[in-house]
Structures are given as C-alpha cells and as structure tokens.
Design a protein around this ligand. Structure first.
Ligand SMILES: O=C(O)CCC(=O)C(=O)O
Ligand SMILES: [Mn+2]
Length: 302
C-alpha cells in the first residue's frame, strides 16, 4: 500500500480498498443505513441544516442539533442503539491506526450534489491520543487539511473512492474539510455522490484491556494497570515507553501488546487490505501538492 505524508501526523493511503472491497463495503453500509437511517444534522443554535446527511454505527454516534455537537448511544430519530461497526471497517482501523483499542464511533457522511463540509476540528472526543481514520467511497472529494489554528494554510488532497486518510498526533486537531465533490468521478454509488466514514475513539480506554488483531481482549494481571502501561503518544511510538524498562517489557510480553507492523496472515486485518496497488485519480496529484491559503470557515452546510 502506498503511504503519502500530507502534513505531520496525517497520512494518505490512495486506493487502499480494491474495487471489490469497495462494492462489498457499500452493500454493508446499505444494511447499516437500513437499521440507522440517514438523518439531517443541524447547526448548533441556528438550526441551519448541514448539506451532508449522516448516520452512525458503533457504540457511540456523533450527532449535531440545536443543542450542540455530541456523542450519544442512540439514533436521534428512531431512538434505537446504533448498529455495530461492521468487521470489515474495524479491520481498516486495525491495519492503519497503530492504536490498540477499537473505535467507538463510525460516522457515515452522505454527500449528495453540492454538499460540502466547512473547515473544522474533530474535538468532541475525550481520547485525543487515538487518530481519526477516514475512508472515502464514491465521487472524489476535494479535501483540505491544515494546522491547528483556524485560518492557517491548508494542503489539498483529492480523496478518491477507496482512499483512506489517517490523522493523529500533531494532526489530530488539525482543521480540515471538504470543499466540494468532483461529479462523475466514480460509478460506485448508483446515484452518484460520496460516502465518507470517519472512525473515532471517543472515550479514554481502560488500559487494563488491550486488543490485538483477530484476537479477543486480553486482561492484564490484576493490580498491574496503573504503573506498567505506557502513555499514549503518536503512532507506534507508544510502544517505546513500554520497551524502555523491563517492567514494560514484561507487561508487553504478558499482554501480547507488541503488534506486528503488518497483519499476520489469516488475521482479520487482511480482509480489507488492498489486493493490488490500485491507482486512483488521487495519486496523480502527488507530488507536489499545492498549498493554499484558507479562509476561516466553520463547520457548516453553506
Ligand atoms: O468527508 C470527509 O472526508 C471528512 C469528514 C469529516 O471531517 C467529519 O465528518 O468530521
Ligand atoms: Mn472532521
């Protein structure tokens, strides 16, 4: 898989999903949307509708209405719990996040003609140590990401169908948004448009429980949690504190905390990995990516 650095902390994987995996993911998402129908989010206070419609899967879903942005365990219209995050989506997180706990929220953004998303930060999560993993399907979206101050310079990325983008560490609170779609760039969705999946860890994980690809949760020996476990830092760097002392090594050995950099054959992470180095339209824009000055805009539908 090709990994393209965008800004520090942000990596783009063009053509991550094969065409077959994209089609099967769309079928999976149709099932999710049958259980949790798309709803129309509203801007806090003003009640202006977003141009993007949304739904979620996972134990928590992101919603926005006049009362504000928040995560909640149930659909705002049906009152039902969100459906679980499908295994094929979790596999992408496991493969690219370098984070040892599962996401709790998978926000499904549906972009029709004219939809966009203003520059904003993803900052409603308690756990900012986990990256945000974003997956694009359908028409190419003109995405931009910059720094952590509003109004700074941004780097454009053409997110094509099957692309994955990860932003964590220095980019976890980076301003980002989607200016517009490029109509006619994909036939994946029969009526056109774009689906973006945004995977996020919301709550701080209980460090006594870790997970590994294709494995069940592991429990640490009783009493070892507070001192032995490493703090979270960007990417695989979180392993370093554990490896620095023999106590950490012991914990890593006991818990199977050390993850291979690629998924072991037969693990669940292999299912959605690219089968071929598919070249998407997005690849041709790199290098160099132009840098543009951005105008300050809030997350809005206009
Ligand atoms: O659609 C995208 O690529 C970005 C979506 C996003 O930033 C969000 O839902 O917070
Ligand atoms: Mn966002």
């Amino acid at each position: 898989m090709t990994a393209v650095p965008v800004v520090p902390g942000c990596t783009w994987y063009p053509g991550y999903l094969s065409a077959a995996d994209q089609a099967s993911l769309v079928a999976t998402l149709r099932d999710v949307m049958r259980q949790a129908p798309l709803f129309q989010p509203l801007m806090p206070r003003t009640g202006t509708p977003f141009s993007v419609r949304m739904t979620n899967c996972g134990s928590l879903g992101w919603v926005s209405d006049r009362a504000g942005y928040r995560y909640q365990p149930h659909h705002p219209e049906t009152g039902m719990p969100w459906p679980p995050i499908p295994a094929s989506i979790l596999a992408v997180w496991e493969a690219v996040s370098a984070y040892p706990h599962p996401p709790e929220a998978c926000l499904v953004n549906w972009y029709g003609p004219g939809a966009r998303m203003g520059l904003h930060q993803d900052r409603d999560e308690e756990d900012l140590a986990a990256p945000v993993v974003s997956l694009s399907l359908g028409e190419t979206g003109l995405f931009r990401i910059g720094g952590t101050t509003r109004g700074g310079r941004t780097v454009p990325v053409k997110l094509a169908s099957g692309d994955v983008l990860v932003f964590g560490g220095a980019a976890r609170l980076a301003y980002h948004g989607v200016d517009r779609l490029l109509p006619g760039t994909s036939t994946l969705l029969k009526d056109g448009g774009r689906i973006n999946l945004t995977l996020r860890r919301v709550t701080k994980p209980d460090w006594a429980i870790t997970t590994r690809p294709a494995d069940t949760p592991r429990l640490l020996p009783h009493g070892s949690r507070a001192t032995a476990l490493p703090p979270l830092v960007e990417g695989r760097d979180w392993l370093k504190p554990a490896l620095a002392g023999c106590c950490g090594q012991l914990v890593a050995a006991l818990t199977g905390f050390i993850r291979p950099s690629t998924a072991p054959a037969g693990s669940s992470t292999t299912a959605m990995r690219p089968t071929l180095g598919i070249s998407s339209g997005a690849c041709s824009t790199w290098p160099p990516l132009p840098v543009t000055a951005d105008t300050a805009r809030s997350r809005s539908s206009t």
